[in-house]
Structure formats: structure tokens, C-alpha cells
Design a protein around this ligand. Structure first.
Ligand code: UT7
Length: 323
């Protein structure tokens, strides 16, 4: 008997305000055509004034709980991946815990920027397999619009806000690749690449700061590292590319998604793509894509999924799971 962390429900929340590419043309030397061709992004959602990461995360979590047929008090732990917590502390996860009305359990944030959801899933899987928790809400939620330098056309057109959540539950498997749940994970970071993608503010400066990115360099690392970690996670699971029903990638740039799928030898009709509607929502992008993929009827119970992401740190990784 093998303990597996099995997905029991998924849900998401997107803020009401949708911003099409054309809206940037008024204030920046950019165009809808440049943004579409270079990134695949057509629109993104921006949080309303006063709308926070923990509020969006709470809404996504409620939808995931509803899909799972569970109540907040059925949950043992909340693991929230974010780089845009409402405050320096407490964690956004404890604010979600309170927002849901949970009276027990524990909650904490995971900070691995765009790779955050992959790191959070890996942590939650370990908690479940170690018997520390039976049911874990794993959330990715971000308000990257609050980190933008609106005069920097090379970054401010790329990002969006939103939240996605899954409920993981301990289940019993046979130890084979036919089991439902998380089958393998592969995570990495390399702090030597800090300057490539960072925010120039924080406790040390007394400011929130703005996101700065060496786009071309990050692009190069992304294509190389995402296919490497994707293959490594499949190897650990005892599977190969041909077994993958869906790649559910971090949604940063359609060209990165396509190049990675090509290197993984997985055709694009087996890749869940949402970047056109959400932009890059950092740690929220994979759970948003999972939720949208289920709602579209793409992801079905029993499907083999490969999720992969890379972001600031650099931090990157992949998780193989059977839905
Ligand atoms: O989620 C974390 C991981 N992040 C990523 O994976 C992002 C990785 N990087 C990328 O997606 C791409 O590098 C970008 C979308 C950021 C940029 O695309 P690119 O094809 O690498 O363009 P570039 O940076 O080489 O810029 C090409 C040109 C430049 O003009 P010059 O120097 O050739 O005259 C830029 O100034 O495009 C210009 N440019 C723009 N033009 C119109 C940059 N941003 C814009 C813009 N509108 N918004």
C-alpha cells in the first residue's frame, strides 16, 4: 500500500476587470500585435483597488472545496504559493484560513515566485505522505499588477492577477504508475541567477519595489530548464513523454510553452494553454490552467498530467500527477 496525494477538487477566481492589449497602446510605445506575436497574450485580469491576494485565494479555495464536496473544517493545512502576500506578515495563507472560517489546522506561504505552485504541490505531497496532514488546500494566488513599473513596456504588458486552488487528499495506491495522485516531483533553484528576475524592493529598502527582468536571458533558461525538469520528473515516476495526456505548463509566454512541448516531444493539442486570457499570473498560472482545463473538458479523471514552471530565483521544477 502506498499513500498518494490525490486531487479531489479544483477551482479558480479571476478579478472582474479584463484589460486587453490595446489598452496599453495609449500610454506606451507598444501594440496589440507585438504583445500577441512575442508572447501569445491577448488580455489579462487586474485586481480591483483594494482587492488582495488573500481575498482572491479565499475565493478560489471556496470553489475548490465546493468541487470536492468538503467544508473548510475538513482541511488540515493550507499551503499558499505567492510572492505578493497582502502584508510582509502574517502569511497570506493564515488570512485565507481565517477567511474560510477554519477553526483548526495550519497554514503557511511558499515563496518560489512563478515556480511557487510546483513547490507548494511538492510540499503538500510530502506532508500527506508523511502522515502530517490528510487534506491540504494548495493554492496559487498573485496580484503582480502591484509590482509593475507602468513605464517599462518590456514587463508591464506581461503579467496578470488571479488565483487557483486544488484540494489534495490522502488516498491509497498500489505504488504503480496507474495510481491516481502525485507520482513524482523534481524541484530546483539556483540563487546565482538572482539578477535576471527580481523585485527591487522589500524590507531592506522599505518599499514594495518593481519587477525587473532580463527577458531574453530568462527565456533561454526557461526553455532549457523546463524540458530538463519535465524529463527528470517523468523519469522519477517511471514514465515517458508518450505517457503524458496533458502538459499543464506555467503560462508566461506561448513561445516558451511551444518550445518546451517540442523538446518534450508532446504535441500542442496535448498542452493546456490559457496565457492568451490570463497573461503571466506567476504562482497562480498552473492552478488556473488546471481549473480552466477541467472546465473546458480537456482534463479528465485518470489523465496523466505534467506541470512545469520556472521563475525568479531562479527556481524551477515539475510535478507528474494522475488526475
Ligand atoms: O514567469 C517567469 C518567467 N518569465 C518568462 O518566462 C519571460 C521570459 N521572456 C520572455 O517571455 C520574452 O523575452 C519577452 C516577452 C519578455 C520579450 O520578448 P523577446 O522576443 O525576447 O524581445 P526582446 O526583449 O529581445 O525585445 C525585442 C524588441 C526590443 O527592441 P529593439 O531593442 O530590438 O529595438 C524591445 O525594446 O522589442 C522591444 N519591446 C517591445 N516592443 C513593443 C520590448 N517590449 C516591447 C513591447 N512592445 N511591450
Amino acid at each position: 500500500m502506498t499513500i498518494r496525494a490525490v486531487v479531489r477538487g479544483v477551482g479558480h477566481y479571476l478579478p472582474e476587470r479584463i484589460v486587453p492589449n490595446a489598452e496599453f497602446e495609449a500610454s506606451l510605445d507598444t501594440s496589440d500585435d507585438w504583445i500577441r506575436t512575442r508572447t501569445g497574450i491577448e488580455r489579462r485580469h487586474f485586481a480591483a483597488e483594494g482587492e488582495t491576494t488573500s481575498q482572491m485565494a479565499t475565493k478560489a479555495a471556496r470553489h475548490a472545496l465546493d468541487a470536492a464536496g468538503l467544508e473548510p473544517d475538513d482541511i488540515d493545512a493550507v499551503v499558499l504559493a505567492t510572492s505578493t502576500a497582502d502584508f510582509t506578515f502574517p502569511s497570506a495563507a493564515t488570512m485565507v484560513q481565517a477567511g474560510l472560517g477554519m477553526r483548526g489546522g495550519f497554514a503557511f506561504d511558499v515563496q518560489a515566485v512563478c515556480a511557487g505552485f510546483v513547490f507548494a504541490l511538492t510540499n503538500a505531497d510530502a506532508l500527506i505522505r508523511a502522515g502530517v496532514a490528510q487534506r491540504v488546500l494548495v493554492i496559487g494566488a498573485e496580484t503582480f499588477s502591484r509590482l509593475m513599473d507602468w513605464t517599462d513596456r518590456s514587463t508591464c504588458v506581461l503579467f496578470g492577477d488571479g488565483a487557483g486552488a486544488v484540494v489534495l487528499e490522502a488516498g491509497t495506491g498500489t505504488g504503480s504508475t496507474a495510481d491516481r495522485g502525485i507520482l513524482a516531483a523534481d524541484i530546483h533553484s539556483d540563487g546565482r541567477h538572482r539578477e535576471l528576475l527580481h523585485v527591487d524592493g522589500g524590507v531592506s529598502t522599505g518599499t514594495t519595489g518593481h519587477l525587473r527582468m532580463a527577458g531574453k536571458e530568462v527565456f533561454r533558461h526557461a526553455v532549457e530548464k523546463l524540458s530538463e525538469t519535465g524529463h527528470a520528473a517523468l523519469d522519477k515516476a517511471g514514465l515517458c513523454s508518450a505517457d503524458v495526456d496533458w502538459i499543464v505548463p506555467h503560462q508566461a509566454n506561448l513561445r516558451i510553452i511551444t518550445a518546451t512541448a517540442q523538446r518534450m516531444q508532446v504535441p500542442m493539442d496535448r498542452v493546456v494553454v490559457t496565457v492568451q486570457d490570463h497573461g503571466n499570473t506567476s504562482a497562480a498560472s498552473i492552478p488556473l490552467a488546471l481549473s480552466v482545463g477541467v472546465a473546458r473538458g480537456q482534463i479528465k479523471p485518470g489523465d496523466l498530467l505534467l506541470t512545469e514552471a520556472i521563475g525568479g530565483g531562479l527556481a524551477w521544477g515539475a510535478v507528474v500527477l494522475r488526475w
